[in-house]
Write a protein that binds this ligand. Structure first.
Ligand SMILES: [Zn+2]
Length: 239
């Protein structure tokens, strides 16, 4: 599928599963989905692509940066967590809900935030500057994905696991929405007629061969994803 189908369905799936209650919880969902929905296509040859596709990838990168700025301005938790981890005496981190162990989490965002903050607390004591390794590991994984053949490593579960762990080392609350959007991208691509090497380094490609990536099915998925995204945003806003 093309970029708009991946963006709308990845974003809608992340919001549907995470169900953020507050702006502080919604920001990491947006950031994770923005990164995860198109990161697989880092292996595409930009020169050979349509300008439209490249523009959407730049737009998602810009959205990710905007979310980070918004989080910093609102002190919503992502940056506070990162800053507190860089201090040797940090104990718990500013992920929404993580420093409120007496408050029962009511949605998946809260439950996962508490879980990842606890796990992160243990790991960061062993490796205090793990955010640095997270950024370096993510850059390396993306570089390798970029030079690999199309729908190879970049679309694999191996890449998803490595990139998700790297993101968790920097912004733990972003990693689950990232993984959800990544999975929707791979699921949509498998429906196309070109093999996806999901189990890389296995050479067996997965392909259902149902649709062409850029024809009628792409328009249907984009329309369905847009309707789904609008519906779930309305549901989240009304709660
Ligand atoms: Zn793809």
């Amino acid at each position: 599928m093309l970029a708009k189908a991946h963006i709308t369905i990845g974003m809608a799936a992340a919001f549907t599963i995470m169900r953020p209650d507050t702006v502080a919880e919604a920001l990491p969902v947006i950031a994770g989905a923005a990164a995860g929905c198109l990161i697989c296509d880092i292996d595409c040859d930009i020169a050979a692509e349509k300008k439209d596709s490249s523009r959407w990838r730049i737009a998602m990168a810009a959205l990710f940066v905007c979310v980070l700025i918004e989080d910093y301005l609102l002190k919503a938790g992502m940056w506070e967590g990162l800053m507190s981890r860089s201090k040797a005496d940090s104990v718990l981190f500013g992920i929404p809900g993580s420093n409120q162990s007496d408050v029962a989490a009511s949605n998946l965002s809260g439950i996962l935030a508490s879980f990842f903050a606890s796990a992160e607390g243990i790991v960061s004591r062993i490796m205090p500057h793990m955010w640095f390794f997270g950024i370096a590991g993510f850059a390396l994984a993306c570089t390798f994905a970029g030079i690999s053949k199309h729908r190879g490593f970049s679309h694999s579960l191996l890449a998803m696991v490595i990139e998700t762990i790297c993101i968790w080392m920097v912004f733990p609350s972003v990693c689950v929405p990232f993984m959800i959007a990544f999975l929707t991208h791979v699921a949509l691509d498998i429906m196309n007629k070109k093999p996806v090497y999901v189990m890389y380094p296995s050479k067996k490609g997965w392909c259902l061969g149902w649709f062409y990536a850029n024809k009628t099915a792409d328009k249907i998925f984009t329309a369905a994803g847009t309707a789904w995204l609008i519906a779930i945003l309305i549901i989240c806003l009304r709660r």
